[in-house]
Design a protein around this ligand. Structure first.
Ligand code: ITT
Length: 211
């Protein structure tokens, strides 16, 4: 099975490829970026918009991921704005000195200074589009808290400041396999493929009963 990944995020490409390879899925990163207006009001809407834009361009089964970090004490921000949180007026803009990821983290830590409620969760919604009118979604959540200073060099995005519940390490200090086993993305991808397994049986069943 070949699957196009509707993303420009290298961290997502690496993680999703790593999870799907053992399932025998050939993951194809897009040759060119397809501009997508991510104007949805939820992770689900944005995942759909990305899957549709890439599917229309390439015409093969496409998998999109929309994800982010939700911090209840910050009214749910960064949320669907996670990748460009640094540039939002909300909470004050942050200069990009080294990278966008670091500017996002700097802003998050600044806004949480002096806050005792540092609970947060990562959420991912994946959308697999087989045809413009045939697509399925799956979602995964990973609960944890925001630490006071960044630790670790693995993963991407907010990983250095996110400590999953029950762990002393941040997401960026975990091995890739550990991250996949508990991450929002790992949970969403596993759910999606379990769903596909079930559908496969019902399609066979339908075919058999029609024959
Ligand atoms: P595409 O739209 O091209 O997929 P993107 O990075 O803009 O790339 P999103 O709009 O879904 O994707 O934003 C996801 C952001 O949420 C990402 O840039 C990180 O800042 C954060 N994020 C998502 N998953 C993460 C993870 O596993 N670890 C750390 N940060 C993550």
């Amino acid at each position: 099975m070949e699957l196009l990944l509707a993303t420009q995020n290298k961290g997502k490409i690496e993680e999703i490829s790593r999870m799907l390879r053992p399932l025998g899925v050939d993951v194809i990163p897009p040759k060119e970026e397809v501009p997508v207006e991510e104007e949805g009001r939820s992770f689900m809407e944005n995942a759909y918009l990305k899957a549709l834009a890439y599917f229309k361009r390439y015409g093969i089964p496409t998998l999109a991921d929309d994800s982010g970090l939700v911090v209840p004490s910050l009214e749910g921000y960064p949320g669907i704005y996670s990748s460009r949180f640094y540039s939002l007026e909300w909470g004050g803009k942050e200069e990009v000195e080294t990278s966008k990821d670091q500017a996002n983290i700097k802003k998050l830590l600044r806004l949480l200074e002096g806050t005792s409620d540092r609970r947060a969760y990562f959420k991912a919604v994946v959308c697999l589009m087989i045809d413009e009118e045939l697509y399925i979604f799956a979602e995964g959540i990973c609960h944890g808290e925001i630490v006071k200073s960044p630790r670790g060099s693995g993963g991407f995005g907010y990983d250095p400041v996110f400590k999953p519940i029950g762990y002393e390490k941040t997401m960026a200090e975990l091995s890739p396999e550990e991250k996949d086993s508990l991450s929002h993305r790992g949970k969403a991808i596993r759910k999606l493929f379990q769903l596909l397994e079930k559908c496969k049986h019902s399609i066979f069943y339908q075919k058999a009963s029609l024959a």
